[in-house]
Write a protein that binds this ligand. Structure first.
Ligand SMILES: Cc1cc2nc3c(=O)[nH]c(=O)nc-3n(C[C@H](O)[C@H](O)[C@H](O)COP(=O)(O)OP(=O)(O)OC[C@H]3O[C@@H](n4cnc5c(N)ncnc54)[C@H](O)[C@@H]3O)c2cc1C
Length: 235
């Protein structure tokens, strides 16, 4: 669908921890947005018309609104607006935007999602869409890198999905892990290096530029074809 201007209302905000909050919007006019999992919206965040982009984290079949996951640490006009505006505030939204979507490619026989920080947002939409909506039976593996264990959120939801869908594997990767953390430590590249990386698979990377560059390099060294590496750079 081509992007359109929408009026939306802030419906709810959940402070997940010191670093992240999630925020949901209800569309007012038009009342529904057809989007694909992985796409983003551009939100007007001040009276001067400044805009910031945010990936949709929710399922595309629930199209009367959308949910975002926001990292508060940048602390600029975008995060401050989304953090402070009262519930009920009306905002101007342009969407859907972007081409970071699951390829319609039968040679992608597995899907590997790799994100850091708020880069989990479009990957969650993809994951929920693939498993809960499309009942996709391909192996789907999520590697989510984060600095501190306390910053994880949605991990219970991902764990529930692991239990319900035997084709899904979840690897949280913590770079500053506390004693007793038994799962992956270090950077996402460290985690990826210790796992078998299927060659006939689509790799979907989302986060900051340094992570994307190092994962693309690693995947290239492991023989993954460039056309199977898709990415969205947040900053
Ligand atoms: C396609 C796209 C989708 C995006 N989706 C999301 C999303 O789902 N959630 C989200 O929190 N952000 C997302 N971003 C980043 C977002 O658009 C803003 O850049 C971010 O919220 C900072 O805006 P600001 O006005 O608060 O700070 P600014 O003053 O614009 O930026 C301050 C600094 O923070 C850095 N920065 C920007 N984003 C991040 C981040 N996520 N983590 C760490 N440092 C960052 C910038 O490089 C800049 O140096 C996305 C960006 C793009 C291009």
């Amino acid at each position: 669908m081509p992007p359109q201007q929408f009026k939306a209302r802030i419906e709810d905000r959940v402070i997940q921890n010191d670093k992240f909050f999630t925020i949901s919007f209800e569309l007012i006019e038009p009342g529904a947005m057809e989007f694909k999992a992985g796409q983003y919206v551009s939100i007007k965040v001040d009276a001067a018309g400044t805009r910031r982009s945010y990936s949709i984290a929710s399922r595309p079949d629930i199209n009367h609104g959308f949910e975002l996951a926001i990292d508060v640490t940048p602390g600029g006009v975008g995060t401050t607006f989304l953090r402070d505006m009262p519930i009920g505030t009306e905002v101007e939204v342009l969407g859907p935007l972007g081409s970071f979507v699951i390829a319609d490619d039968p040679t992608e026989k597995a899907i590997v999602l790799v994100g850091t920080g708020s880069g989990i947002a479009p990957l969650r939409s993809m994951l929920l869409d693939l498993l809960q909506v499309k009942q996709d039976t391909r192996p789907i593996i999520l590697h989510w890198g984060i600095r501190f264990v306390e910053s994880l959120f949605w991990e219970n939801e991902f764990q529930d999905i692991v239990e319900r869908f035997p084709n899904f594997k979840f690897h949280p990767v913590v770079s500053k892990a506390i004693d007793g953390w038994t799962l992956c430590r270090g950077r996402v590249t460290d985690c990826l290096s210790t796992h078998e990386l299927p060659t006939e698979a689509g790799y979907y990377l989302c986060g900051g530029k340094p992570m994307i560059e190092s994962v693309v390099k690693l995947l290239g060294e492991r023989g993954i074809a460039p056309e199977h590496i898709h990415h969205e750079k947040f900053f």
